[in-house]
Design a protein around this ligand. Structure first.
Ligand code: ZN
Length: 50
């Protein structure tokens, strides 16, 4: 089942929930972002934490 969750706050792409799996992520501030932007977000976070 695919449900439209909302729009990516960074690139404007539609973000879906596939069978309970969110095709993106929700940031600490509540902003919804797509999986592409989430990857970039995680990479920059990893750099910060290492
Ligand atoms: Zn995005």
């Amino acid at each position: 089942m695919r449900e439209l969750v909302g729009q990516c706050q960074q690139c404007g792409n539609a973000v879906y929930c596939d069978d309970g799996f969110l095709n993106g992520m929700i940031l600490e501030n509540g902003a919804l972002i797509c999986s592409d932007c989430a990857d970039e977000h995680n990479e920059s976070n990893e750099r910060k934490y290492r």
